[in-house]
Design a protein around this ligand. Structure first.
Ligand code: NAD
Length: 489
């Protein structure tokens, strides 16, 4: 844990780095031979970040195995590979994001009567920023925002989650070995530390986590008028349009939904939360879910090293409570490790992938809060139109998944709902696409990532206008006293 007295010092040191970058073009140190926060400096730090993750991939995977019981394949696929790829891409694309050239920014073409003036828009670093990351995908959800801050030229304090202490401690050891400690620091701790951190003035706060804490952080940010990015969660629905799917497509749909649900044992912000489907397709869909799970985990999910665990005792008992209190019918799974299986630490907190059929879309405990669990409720609806009505009646989700081969239905889903993303015929895969922005709307948050979109969160557009003295003859009419001529339209 970072001592509270240290937090103000870190803030002061990052602030002096930022101020020094505005007034000096000297190389920052022998270790980083480029002017502080300059373009080549930022490119170098992005490459260093890629190196950090690549050279320590094993230790990072190991830390999440200890803290969360998370399978290595999931960490490599969803976190390690993506961070390395995006840090390298960021270093390559950075010049085009800022406008490129020796003078950063872009010239703007003006109206004919202003053509002698010079106007530019420059993407400028906001200043010293704060990144607060959660436990569920801590590698990518820490480093992806950090890539944006580095690219933008913002010094950053990173506050990883106390829920994953082995990972957070490793992060605090690795960051100063690879990145310039003058500009990038890690603070460890929980509520007392974050509370102290939030008393200080930051130029931007990038928070990934739940909506309850987002409100606490937003209130603290408001005291300093600090702008924010909020990457939150919610209940992301899956609409299965059985009438417009062939038998084989329904099977693939079930496999893709179950894959989205079993990843990290359902603890993903974009997990398919629940399924809306017409009753006549439910039996076929359930048997396809069963086939998918048997193919993923032939010896049972809870016996497989490829299946994750629940992060904490608190979440474990919350999820057991959901299984106890639902009025739905468990049709697949329902198994829970009870300590008699000899699995230890995080690996002892296992919940089997579970499918529950609800009688109606009326209230059930599974339809209240974001599940964040490997439980998939199936909710019968009369039609796709009824499914859209249900989605519209609830908070805007991070993502809507819809499985259909009908262009008309795709159009209805897009026109008839609001969400951060819409994905047709797959789950989770939107996160692998670098070119489209990811983020929420309403209760699922605001702001976007990755790459250029994250960079944009940490910069502001500064316009620069230069009006030549030689334009003075044009301005005669703007100075008082007024005349009839200047008052006439
Ligand atoms: P968490 O408990 O690790 O909390 C996230 C951060 O908030 C941590 O750094 C923690 O220290 C800090 N925090 C906790 N309590 C606080 C308090 N009282 N005051 C100030 N800061 C506090 O993670 P979590 O919130 O359980 O994460 C899961 C949530 O995050 C889910 O709702 C999920 O949907 C969402 N999520 C969103 C995205 C996205 O990109 N949109 C990604 C992952 C997770």
């Amino acid at each position: 844990t970072t001592p509270l007295s240290e937090i103000n010092k870190i803030h002061a040191s990052l602030t002096s780095t930022f101020l020094a970058s505005l007034s000096s073009t000297k190389p920052s140190s022998t270790a980083v031979p480029y002017p502080l926060l300059s373009l080549p400096y930022r490119q170098h730090q992005l490459l260093q970040l890629a190196r950090l993750v690549q050279e320590n991939a094993d230790a990072l995977c190991e830390s999440l195995w200890i803290d969360e019981g998370k399978p290595r394949q999931e960490v490599v696929m969803a976190e390690i590979g993506a961070v390395i790829g995006r840090a390298l891409k960021g270093a390559k694309e950075l010049e085009s994001w800022v406008g490129g050239g020796a003078e950063i920014g872009e010239d703007v073409k003006l109206e004919a009567w202003q053509e002698a003036w010079k106007a530019r828009v420059e993407k400028k670093a906001k200043g010293v920023v704060l990144i607060i990351s959660p436990w569920n995908y801590p590698i990518i959800l820490t480093f992806q925002p950090l890539c944006g801050a580095i690219a933008a030229g913002c010094p950053a304090l990173i506050k990883p989650s106390e829920v994953v202490p082995t990972f957070s401690k490793l992060l605090a050891e690795l960051v100063p070995k690879y990145l310039d400690p003058a500009a990038y620091r890690v603070a460890l701790g929980g509520v007392p530390e974050i509370t102290r951190i939030l008393e200080l003035k930051w130029a931007h706060i990038f928070y990934t986590g739940n909506g309850r804490v987002a409100r606490i952080i937003s209130a603290a940010a408001a005291k300093h008028l600090t702008p924010m990015t909020l990457e939150l969660g919610g209940k992301s629905p899956v609409i299965i349009d059985g009438a417009n799917l062939g038998g084989e497509e329904l099977v693939v749909a079930a496999r893709r939904v179950m894959w989205g649900k079993v990843n990290n044992a359902g603890q993903i912000c974009v997990a398919p939360d629940y399924v809306l489907i017409e009753p006549s397709y439910i039996p076929q869909f359930i048997s396809a879910c069963r086939v998918a799970l048997e193919s993923f985990f032939p010896n049972g999910a809870l016996n497989s090293l490829d299946y994750g665990r629940i992060v904490s005792e608190a979440h474990f008992s919350r999820i057991k409570g959901l299984l106890r209190d639902t009025k739905g019918r468990v049709v697949i799974g329902g198994g829970v490790l009870d300590g008699s299986e000899g699995q230890e630490g995080a690996r002892a907190r296992g919940i089997e992938p579970t499918v529950v059929v609800l009688a109606t879309a009326a209230d059930d405990v599974l339809l209240q809060d974001e599940l964040f669990a490997p439980i998939l409720p199936i909710v019968p609806v009369a039609s796709v139109a009824a499914a859209l009505e249900y989605v519209r009646a609830h908070e805007h989700p991070l993502v809507i998944y819809a499985f259909t081969e009908s262009d008309d239905v795709k159009g209805e889903v897009k026109a008839g709902t609001m969400s951060g993303n819409v994905v047709f015929n797959d789950t989770f895969n939107q996160l692998s696409v670098d070119e489209i922005p990811f983020g929420g709307v309403g209760e699922s948050g605001y702001g976007r990532q990755p790459l250029k979109y994250t960079f944009e969160e940490f910069v502001y557009s500064r316009s620069v206008l230069e009006v030549p003295f030689s334009e003075e003859p044009k301005f005669g009419g703007r100075y008082p006293p007024s005349s009839k001529e200047t008052l006439d339209f």
